[in-house]
Design a protein around this ligand. Structure first.
Ligand SMILES: [Zn+2]
Length: 229
């Protein structure tokens, strides 16, 4: 028997991450809006290197969830997907406005300053004035792989910066001046008590299993462990 010709190639030599390829990918849906302090909101999302049908379906679901909540922007980690992706529709309605999808975005050229009240679907009921650059450039990819390069101002600039913060694991409450930050901290403590209460009653999984799911989702569609954008 000649074993030298029938031997399969060494898996390591292919450079393909077999550990993630060899198991069934973690199902993405059904998606649900998550609230502070869900761990998906508190750690940076990872760059997507694989856009498959499941991601496209997840984006559709994200639009539905955003419209149900009358939101104008939604980041993937707000539905517990640890991917660098967010959606925007300034009209908050499926029959109006433009549906925008930004994948692996980067922001540059911040200019000017504007203060405006913001809210967040992951911090329901909390609204506060937030200071941000008035204009910013975004580079990203659309869902069909088209490069996006836009110089933004007005509401679109604000929403894009709010959603980009989510992908960095930041909330608008991280951008408040000291007095407002103290006020926000009390609200955040209440959100935390509610969240931990749901976990202790078994209505939400423990943080350890929420984190394990995020790790599996990253392994399915993101680059290696050092690929944080
Ligand atoms: Zn938000």
């Amino acid at each position: 028997m000649d074993t030298t010709t029938s031997q399969p190639a060494e898996p390591a030599a292919t450079g393909i991450p077999l550990a993630s390829e060899s198991r069934i990918p973690e199902p993405l849906g059904p998606l649900q809006l998550v609230e502070y302090p869900h761990p998906a909101l508190l750690r940076p999302a990872r760059r997507l290197v694989r856009i498959d049908d499941a991601v496209c379906e997840a984006v559709e679901q994200m639009f539905e969830i955003m419209y149900e909540s009358v939101g104008i922007g939604l980041a993937a980690n707000q539905v517990a997907l640890p991917y660098r992706l967010f959606i925007v529709n300034l009209e908050a309605h499926c029959d109006a406005g433009e549906e925008l999808v930004f994948i692996n975005p980067s922001l540059s050229r911040p200019r000017g300053t504007a203060v405006q009240e913001e809210g967040c679907l992951s911090l329901p009921g909390l609204r506060m004035d937030v200071r941000r650059p008035e204009r910013v450039v975004i580079d990203a990819w659309s869902l069909d792989g088209t490069p996006i390069h836009l110089d933004l101002d007005g509401m679109l600039a604000r929403v894009v910066q709010h959603e980009f913060d989510h992908l960095e694991g930041r909330l608008f409450t991280d951008r408040l001046p000291e007095a407002a930050a103290l006020e926000a901290r009390r609200s955040l403590e209440t959100f935390r008590e509610v969240f931990e209460g749901q976990q202790s009653r078994g209505e939400l999984p423990a943080s350890k299993s929420l984190l394990a799911r995020l790790d599996r989702l990253e392994a399915d569609r993101c680059a290696g462990p050092n690929a944080h954008a």
